[in-house]
Design a protein around this ligand. Structure first.
Ligand SMILES: [Zn+2]
Length: 262
């Protein structure tokens, strides 16, 4: 019953979210925490109403929707964003920084020891991946270290960096913590653990096939590879991985394997 009530409340909030804006999806996690998402990129944008200000994470709903994002935030809290933080430097996460800075928000970089946020830095998806745990909302924003809508991208940290990043996330909060990926649906630690196993299996498989002398094209066509790619797509998105992106994923995995052998 409690679950039903929660789902119903979420549905109501999503419905009212639709009234805010046609292109910005709104998910109320609690009175003080929202996850917003724009039509382009599907980047998960965090919004924390803290005693030290209204903090916005990764404000990029797509260039044409920045004003709509601002209006949506205004509708929710009736006050302006005071601070911006980013999970990492990619444009689909930082693209709205200048827009909100021009309206008076302050971009906060480096170590963060305020807003009730526990901040950890890891190296997996990029050289600097910021993990933000907001205790009052029991929510962890992890950027593209974790993605529920795409294959894993561990190119900066390799397998070791990826493992350390996942361990770091698991060490924050508790089993009830909401784990918010850079893109795709918000998840929990159980799905994060499942996600962790996939790239390890993937790298081992690509290594084995490559040692057997298979080319990139042959690896892509191998049944084991195709089956593993399906595991990266728990939401059953179709089409999921265009062949160019699939090819690049295999090539970059081979680079990671080579690098770690050195
Ligand atoms: Zn990224």
């Amino acid at each position: 019953m409690k679950l039903f009530k929660t789902l119903f409340a979420t549905a109501l909030i999503l419905l009212s979210g639709a009234a805010f804006s046609a292109n910005i999806q709104v998910q109320a996690v609690s009175q003080h925490v929202h996850i917003l998402s724009g039509k382009d990129y599907g980047t998960n944008i965090g919004l924390f109403d803290t005693p030290d200000g209204l903090v916005l994470i990764d404000p990029m709903p797509g260039e044409p929707y920045l004003a709509e994002l601002e209006k949506t935030i205004q509708t929710i809290y009736r006050k302006p964003v005071t601070h911006i933080i980013n999970t990492h430097a990619h444009a689909d996460h930082t693209g709205g920084n200048a827009f909100f800075a021009s309206r008076g928000a302050q971009l906060v970089t480096g170590a963060i020891n305020r807003f009730d946020i526990t901040h950890r830095v890891v190296k997996s998806h990029t050289g600097t991946d910021n993990i933000y745990y907001y205790k009052p909302g029991n929510i962890i924003f992890v950027g593209d270290v974790f993605d529920t809508s795409w294959h894993p991208t561990f190119y900066a940290g390799g397998v070791a960096g990826f493992n350390l990043a996942i361990e770091t996330i698991l060490s924050l909060g508790d089993e009830q913590s909401l784990v918010v990926p850079g893109h795709g649906e918000a998840a929990n630690k159980t799905s994060l653990r499942a996600f962790r196993q996939n790239p390890l299996d993937w790298v081992n498989m690509v290594r084995t096939l490559s040692k057997q002398g298979l080319s990139v094209e042959q690896i892509m066509a191998d049944k084991r590879a195709v089956e593993l790619v399906a595991r990266f797509n728990p939401q059953g998105k179709s089409p999921f991985l265009p062949s160019k992106a699939y090819e690049r994923f295999v090539q970059r995995t081979l680079q990671v394997i080579e690098h770690e052998l050195l």
